[in-house]
Design a protein around this ligand. Structure first.
Ligand code: CA
Length: 223
């Protein structure tokens, strides 16, 4: 899990980095808004931790810029601004969570893990890959412009893969997201759903493909 820490206070950034690394994540640090913009443009981060008072601009404007580009990377604001108004504004601008400084490391890690578990947080997002378009609000799917109705489990599978396209999604995560609170699925349920989804994608002429990592998981890839 690659996480971008956007923080100009060196000590806080260092502490965050070692906490995240100890938790098995791969953290990078950006100390200015422009550094963060460059990093977010070139690297597909799984999440970001965002300070609001940056030397070259406001974290909120970075968030607006990010969401404006259709990037749904989960972002947790970590700020000394503790008013209700500041928190509401941060969430309205597209942050997925908000934690006030000083923070407890255990809480930060728990919240970050929750964000990384969520099937992508930003609302109103249109997910697209290789001819497939999924509107995450209406749940409508189109392939090459033609609507496609998918059974519930295949729709959840498609969404989970689209949200992490270009990255392997583990079997455990897929099963967690597809079956949620349901009973344990049959052991071959996931491969069967993948098989069926692949078939429908091919029939509709999608150019995206689902790659199998045997025993590990799957990845949605654009051509
Ligand atoms: Ca700061």
């Amino acid at each position: 899990m690659r996480v971008l820490i956007i923080e100009d206070e060196a000590e806080i950034a260092r502490n965050l980095r070692s906490a995240l690394a100890a938790a098995g994540m791969a953290p990078d640090i950006a100390t200015t808004r422009s550094e963060a913009e460059a990093a977010l443009t070139t690297t597909p981060y799984d999440a970001g931790i965002l300070d609001l008072n940056l030397p070259d601009g406001d974290g909120l404007s970075l968030l607006r810029w990010l969401r404006g580009r259709g990037c749904g990377t989960p972002m947790l604001i970590l700020s000394a601004r503790d008013s209700l108004e500041a928190r509401v504004t941060g969430l309205d601008e597209g942050a997925d969570d908000y934690l006030v400084k000083p923070y407890a490391e255990a809480e930060l890690l728990a919240r970050l893990r929750a964000l990384l578990r969520r099937p992508g947080a930003a609302l109103g997002r249109v997910l697209a890959c290789g001819g497939i378009v999924l509107d995450s609000i209406s749940r409508a799917v189109e392939i090459n412009g033609l609507p496609l109705t998918l059974p519930r489990h295949e729709l959840a599978l498609l969404e989970a893969l689209l949200r992490r396209q270009g990255r392997m999604v583990t079997r455990t995560l897929l099963i967690e997201q597809i079956y949620a609170a349901e009973d344990e699925p049959a052991s071959n349920a996931l491969p069967v759903h993948v098989h069926n989804l692949r078939r429908r994608m091919a029939q509709a002429g999608a150019t995206a493909t689902i790659i199998t990592f045997r025993g590990l998981g799957y990845m949605m890839r654009a051509p």
